[in-house]
Design a binder for this molecule. Structure first.
Ligand SMILES: O=C1O[C@H](COP(=O)(O)O)[C@@H](O)[C@H](O)[C@H]1O
Length: 237
């Protein structure tokens, strides 16, 4: 299936790249340009990226872009509730692959919080995000093959609250069907407030997930909530 065969809304821009390296470079160009624009207009910029396995090449490509990185705040769409030194930590991923080279000066606002319970940790993450520049200038989402994005997982107990467009929480506790199960996710209204919204995905299986999502409700496949303008999709086989 080609991305052009998806029944996406006509205002969703879809970029089909030949391979992972081209995708990483094209997305890094787009994100760096949008951060530069934000800095030129507001003298600062905010960037929210995703974790998981896919974004490493993009994060490394972005890390060498020539920007006044000290003016850029960086956070995560979601976090696994493990310490940053844990190999599963999304913050750890950012420290290893983005916060280096030119981007070493960026200011990281991580979501991981030590606490007695996941609920307390998510509440503390929300409080910490009060200091994060909003609206978010640039958001880069990923997507799992079950249609989750950030850590908005189908069947997670608080999913309806996380997708509520009138919700006021910045972060909520979420449960994933795979380890590490305990997650902290930015909520839909915070993520969807981003000025520039990109979704980076690779492989035909994820195109099939998107095709299904177009026919389902956000409660069944949370990525559905984002499949409208201003979303820009970056895909490669
Ligand atoms: O668990 C997660 O999964 C999604 C997709 O990850 P990938 O490994 O398929 O790239 C990711 O967007 C999210 O941030 C992450 O915590």
């Amino acid at each position: 299936m080609a991305i052009s065969e998806l029944e996406l809304p006509s205002d969703v821009v879809a970029h089909s790249l030949p391979g992972p390296e081209q995708l990483a470079q094209a997305l890094a160009d787009r994100v760096a340009g949008a951060l530069q624009y934000a800095i030129a207009n507001h003298d600062r910029a905010s960037l929210v990226v995703s974790g998981g396995r896919s974004p490493i090449a993009f994060l490394e490509a972005l890390s060498v872009r020539d920007l006044p990185w000290a003016k850029v705040q960086v956070s995560l769409a979601d976090e696994r509730w493990v310490e940053p030194a844990d190999p599963e930590s999304n913050e750890g991923l950012l420290r290893r692959h983005l916060l280096q080279n030119a981007a070493a000066d960026a200011q990281l606002v991580g979501l991981y919080q030590a606490a007695q319970t996941l609920e307390q940790a998510a509440e503390r993450a929300s409080e910490k995000l009060a200091g994060f520049a909003r609206p978010i200038d640039v958001l880069v989402l990923g997507m799992g093959s079950d249609g989750h994005t950030a850590s908005l997982f189908p069947n997670s107990p608080l999913l309806a609250k996380g997708l509520d467009e009138n919700g006021t929480d910045f972060c909520l506790p979420m449960l994933a069907p795979v380890s590490p199960e305990q997650r902290i996710s930015m909520t839909y209204p915070l993520l969807a407030s981003a000025r520039v919204q990109c979704l980076a995905i690779q492989g035909s299986a994820k195109l099939e997930t998107l095709r299904q999502a177009m026919r389902l409700e956000p409660s069944q496949m949370p990525i559905r909530a984002f499949l409208h303008s201003p979303l820009e999709i970056y895909w490669c086989p």
